[in-house]
Design a binder for this molecule. Structure first.
Ligand SMILES: [Zn+2]
Length: 322
């Protein structure tokens, strides 16, 4: 028997559900927007300056972005210079939220954060996420700088995730929090994320595009941090006034390998939440016959799947950078 407070993984193991401290609110008031694209709001200062996009809900159950986007809209934040765009990405998945199955509304069919390549966007397949990405494409492409707000299934420290372009690292360091960075020298390895769409995925571009992982999906503190980081990001580019940031030393990790689950038998060798360290060649997970092992230098694991699902990411193997 499954209790109301547990959920079944494909392995049959049950893990307790986290408390839902952020309730998904009704977003119908934000549907019309003012750009012709549903759930997209744009404010032009009428003065020169960068166009900054704050994007929420790329994953439907990552409520912190919704908290931040609603904060910007509800408090009437307007850019002093340039242009501010605020968007809610996968509202359709968000609206499917069921507190008894809170992890299911991450996506309906496709992961909206893996389909930002020409092949997917111009391809023949169809899904709610592909339809939405095709509609959002000009919104993403129009922005100089992009903050894509996310959260994690496990309660781990917040961190940035960004392609290894100097412009991204410089912005993350200047903003100062979170202090942990996950740098992707080769991209994700499992698809094209929103922050690597088009010119933002190229070395010569001027635009910063980063993910911020603000903490556990349903924790109140995660939403509070998302608000602060969104304002910090706007402050960094001069769109709002912001107190100078403090600059504690950054702790940087480099993504070495994205492990995609291949079999229903995928198992970690021990329970993981993220940031655990494995020694050289140590076994991290077993996926059918396949062994997932740390490299010669060992590794740090990030974002281990709470419930491994075939075809989705199981875990990221990273190494600490000097
Ligand atoms: Zn996410």
């Amino acid at each position: 028997m499954m209790g109301a407070m547990s959920t079944a993984s494909p392995s049959g193991a049950a893990s307790p559900l986290p408390p839902i401290e952020i309730s998904p609110r009704d977003l119908s008031a934000y549907r019309a927007g003012n750009t012709g694209v549903p759930y997209v709001h744009r404010f032009d200062s009428g003065r020169p300056g960068p166009h900054v996009l704050i994007n929420a809900l790329t994953h439907g159950n990552e409520f912190c972005g919704m908290v931040a986007a609603c904060h910007l809209l509800d408090t009437g934040v307007r850019p002093r210079i340039g242009t501010l765009t605020v968007s809610f990405a996968n509202v359709e998945a968000y609206e499917s939220f069921d507190p008894a199955r809170p992890f299911d509304s991450r996506q309906l069919v496709h992961n909206l954060n893996r389909i930002w390549s020409e092949a997917w966007l111009a391809g023949a397949e169809d899904s709610p996420e592909l339809r939405r990405a095709r509609v959002l494409r000009p919104v993403v492409a129009a922005a100089d700088h992009i903050l894509d707000i996310h959260s994690t299934s496990q309660p781990v420290q917040p961190f940035w995730v960004y392609p290894a372009f100097a412009r991204n690292g410089a912005a993350a360091r200047a903003i100062g929090r979170p202090t942990v960075h996950l740098v992707m020298p080769q991209g994700l390895g499992s698809g094209t994320p929103l922050v690597q769409h088009g010119l933002h995925g190229t070395p010569g571009h001027h635009g910063v595009a980063m993910v911020v992982e603000c903490g556990q999906h349903f924790a109140r503190a995660t939403g509070a941090l998302a608000v602060e980081v969104a304002l910090d990001f706007l402050g960094h580019f001069g769109l709002v006034e912001r107190a100078p940031a403090t600059h504690p030393p950054a702790q940087r990790y480099e993504l070495m390998q994205t492990v995609v689950v291949q079999t229903p038998g995928f198992r970690f060798t021990r329970p993981l939440v993220g940031f655990e360290r494995f020694g050289p060649h140590e076994l991290v997970a077993q996926d059918g016959e396949r062994e997932i092992r740390a490299g010669a230098e060992g590794c740090t694991v990030l974002m281990p799947a709470r419930t491994p699902i075939v075809g989705r990411e199981g875990v990221y193997l990273a190494r600490e950078m000097a």
